[in-house]
Design a protein around this ligand. Structure first.
Ligand code: DAH
Length: 339
């Protein structure tokens, strides 16, 4: 028995020594100490040993087992260390290499201008609302007092989805939607994309943005409109900016006006930027036509209001002195990174 155990021990040791991988080492463990392992088999045959010899043999078996286990454990550690070493050598990281820069984008000039306009009006207590870009002809034209054969419809030629549905030509339909759904009084601005069948050039695009504004309450007068827009112009272009109201016509306002601001480049003296006039046109506005109020269920005998519409691109171009609208849509990084 003694020799048998000695043989098992030597055999195990030699196999352990020649294991150069963890998986092979595990095979050796199973072959000797596993359920059907050689040493386990010896243990099972203890019943054939004479009772008086059992303690001594038992001790010998245990010693053999411990010796093999110890050797297995030690070799396992060595193999694991070697494996880690190998991995570390394989995966060298060169900490001196320059880092990859994450390029972070930033806001588009249109967005910056819009946020500025929103900041100004929200500061005066206005709500920011939105309306759909695909709109009913009714909201885009009819409810704004532009009947089917009105010439203004030609000026704002657009893309029709069908007879009744189109891509909105202006943000003014949001006025109507707001009047229909919001409780009075109303103070809102409505920014958004609009569409016209225009050719692309330095000042035109088939798709651009407007910001609509509307106030309805009792006793709203033209002086409220003037004061509001004068304040808006001062906030946007500087405190010395002056405004000029020129009579104009819009079907949904009466009276209507176009508003010019003093050129912020020359302060009104006249320069290349304002084409020598000292003034720059920025928006259209007026007192909401009584017919428009009535069509949306508001009594013009009790309520009155004003409205205005600003071109967002126009503001961005003016503020950043950009001379070609197309630059805003080309998404050239070198251009956009300047703002
Ligand atoms: N919707 C007009 C346009 O696109 C701009 C406009 C003018 C809006 C006067 C208004 C307004 O609200 O009162 O040309």
């Amino acid at each position: 028995m003694k020799e048998k155990l000695q043989k098992i021990r030597e055999e195990a040791m030699s196999q352990i020594k020649s294991s150069d991988e963890l998986s092979k080492l595990n095979d050796v463990r199973v072959a000797f100490l596993g359920k059907k392992g050689k040493l386990t088999a010896v243990l099972k045959s203890m019943k054939d040993v004479l009772p008086e010899d059992r303690p001594a043999v038992g001790q010998l078996v245990n010693e053999t087992r411990s010796a093999i286990e110890e050797m297995l454990e030690e070799t396992k550690k060595q193999l694991e260390e070697a494996e880690l070493e190998f991995k570390l050598k394989q995966e060298v990281i060169d900490v001196t290499l320059p880092a990859k820069r994450n390029r972070i984008g930033h806001r588009h000039p249109n967005t910056i201008a819009l946020e500025e306009v929103e900041r100004i009006f929200v500061g005066m207590g206005y709500e920011v609302v939105e309306g759909p870009e695909v709109e009913y002809d009714y909201y885009n034209f009819e409810a704004l007092n532009i009947p089917a054969n009105h010439p203004a419809k030609d000026e704002q030629d657009t893309f029709y989805i069908n007879d009744k549905i189109l891509l909105r030509t202006q943000t003014s339909p949001v006025q109507v939607r707001t009047m229909e759904t919001r409780p009075l009084p109303i103070r809102m601005i409505a920014p958004g994309r609009v569409f016209r069948s225009d050719e692309v050039d330095a000042t035109h695009s088939p798709s651009f943005h407007q910001i609509e504004g509307m106030v309805i309450d009792k006793n709203i007068t033209f002086s409220d409109l003037k004061g509001t827009l004068a304040e808006f112009a001062r906030e946007l272009f500087g405190k010395d900016t002056k405004v000029k109201f020129r009579p104009h016509h819009f079907p949904f306002t009466e009276p209507s006006a176009e508003v010019d601001v003093t050129c912020f480049k020359c302060g009104g003296k006249g320069c290349r930027f304002c084409k020598g006039s000292g003034w720059i046109e920025i928006l259209g506005c007026g007192m909401i036509h009584p017919k428009v109020l009535k069509m949306s269920g508001i009594d013009p005998e009790i309520y009155s209001g004003f409205a205005f519409g600003v071109g967002l691109e126009r503001i961005a171009l003016l503020k950043y002195e950009i001379d070609d609208m197309r630059l805003l849509y080309e998404n050239d990084d070198r251009f956009l990174a300047q703002f």
